[in-house]
Design a protein around this ligand. Structure first.
Ligand code: AMP
Ligand code: ZN
Length: 117
């Protein structure tokens, strides 16, 4: 755990969040500023700042993160209609919280993927 990381604190239950799933490796919770009818963030409990910081040793965890993201989307009832997943990396990627996370966006057609800003 990184002491001053918001998402580490959410994973540890030190800051409240609307969790929709958690196990020993990952936590999923609703985004505080939703950009779609369903907007959930999926994070590993392990603190990794960005996708670029993902080491080969973390491959198993990364696979788990991806597979659990699909599981969470399924539990949220998004699978059949479909949904979008996004990982933002550093400045040009628009990353605001430096603890790796997948966005799940769904509940409406997300349209073509266009970069904003
Ligand atoms: P990113 O820009 O990819 O780093 O995304 C960070 C996301 O975290 C944004 O969509 C924020 O709305 C969301 N966020 C920030 N603080 C919280 C919080 N306390 N609880 C839930 N989501 C948050
Ligand atoms: Zn963290």
């Amino acid at each position: 755990m990184s002491q001053d990381c918001l998402f580490c604190k959410i994973a540890a239950g030190k800051i409240p969040a609307t969790k929709v799933y958690e196990d020993d490796q990952v936590v999923a919770f609703r985004d505080i500023n939703p950009q779609a009818p369903v907007h959930v963030l999926v994070i590993p409990r392990q603190h990794i700042a960005t996708l670029d910081d993902l080491a080969p040793e973390a491959r198993a965890m990364a696979g788990c993160l991806l597979e659990r993201t699909a599981h969470v989307a399924r539990e949220l009832g998004l699978s059949q209609a479909g949904y979008r997943t996004i990982i933002n990396t550093r400045g040009h990627g628009g990353q605001e919280v430096f603890h790796i996370h997948l966005h799940i966006l769904g509940g409406k057609p997300m349209g073509p993927m266009v970069a904003r800003g």
